[in-house]
Design a binder for this molecule. Structure first.
Ligand SMILES: Nc1ncnc2c1ncn2[C@@H]1O[C@H](COP(=O)(O)OP(=O)(O)O)[C@@H](O)[C@H]1O
Ligand SMILES: [Mg+2]
Length: 285
């Protein structure tokens, strides 16, 4: 079984409420009428940092189950603020944020670590533990969320296989390329199969070819039923991926566009081929 089938089957086994890839209505339709509750819902959300910087200004948007959404905008437009609000690293100044129907403002401080288990986070600078091997970096993520040794032994090799890292188990981060390090950080973020994955400029430090591999991996994760939100500067990549784009400018949502020319059934291989093809700007943009 190829890794992609394996990951999809695993997602189904774990009782994911999401139908199998391929059995979906067009995603654009899903977006207009998200099935059930949106996974992420911002209503009139502002974030004013101490000192007066505006992180977010009256932002309202929703992200449905299984969507893959790009968050774009210039440096300082508020992309990371959206991510930080979602993991409750910062609190909004006003407005309401719901994740899977839960109002974040109502989550008690001591419950925040439990809440965060539902969200995988990937950063531009990988944030790996430098003195631990690839295996241990991923195992550690399970340990801190209360994974048993048996669970760790079962899950870590699995996720490393799926992310293409099986031959690198014993390497330390400084013995890996940038792309491999980002794979480790994605493996770590996804080892618990969270329903929501956030990636903040995941390809910001990578060359274009490696960036495509990383996007392909995020797409593969999305196809297992995980909602994926990616903040990026990489306009060329965004154009080629043909996913929904939310654009921020000075903390405001200035564009919400379903570049709806993609098909739900595209395999990750076809997807990567399309990304590598030159000059495929989707018509209508
Ligand atoms: N911790 C902070 N303290 C003060 N201002 C901040 C802080 N974090 C972000 N900002 C400000 O909020 C705005 C949005 O920042 P950010 O969300 O990091 O944007 P982006 O990720 O799009 O580059 C910027 O003006 C930035 O300077
Ligand atoms: Mg940022």
């Amino acid at each position: 079984m190829d890794p992609e089938q394996a990951i999809t089957q695993r997602a189904r086994r774990r009782g994911s409420t999401t139908p199998a890839a391929g059995a979906h209505p067009a995603r654009t339709a899903e977006r207009e009428a998200p099935a059930g509750r949106p996974v992420v819902e911002f209503r009139g959300v502002s974030k004013h940092y101490p000192g007066g910087d505006v992180g977010l200004d009256q932002a309202t948007f929703a992200v449905g189950r299984e969507e893959f959404v790009f968050l774009v905008g210039a440096t300082g437009s508020g992309k990371s603020t959206v991510m930080r609000l979602l993991i409750k690293e910062v609190e909004p100044t006003e407005g309401s944020i719901r994740v899977a129907g839960h109002e974040l403002g109502e989550i008690k401080h001591r419950k925040v670590p439990f809440y965060r288990r539902n969200i995988g986070v990937v950063f531009q600078d990988f944030k790996l533990l430098p003195n631990r091997t690839v295996y241990d970096n991923v195992a550690y993520a399970l340990q801190v969320t209360g994974g048993t040794r048996k669970e760790i032994r079962a899950k870590v090799p699995d996720i490393l296989r799926l992310t293409g890292l099986s031959t690198k188990l014993h390497n330390y981060p400084d013995q890996l390329s940038g792309g491999e390090q980002q794979r480790v950080s994605i493996a770590r973020a996804f080892v618990n199969h969270p329903p929501l994955l956030l990636a903040d400029e995941p390809t910001g430090n990578l060359d274009p070819e490696t960036s495509i591999d990383i996007m392909r991996l995020l797409y593969r994760i999305n196809r297992t039923g995980t909602t994926v939100l990616v903040a990026t500067h990489d306009q060329a990549m965004v154009d080629k991926m043909r996913r929904r784009v939310l654009e921020l400018s000075s903390g405001r949502i200035v564009r919400d566009e379903a570049t709806g020319l993609y098909t739900r059934d595209e395999s990750t291989r076809e997807f990567a081929q399309r990304l590598r093809a030159p000059g495929t700007r989707p018509p209508g943009i």
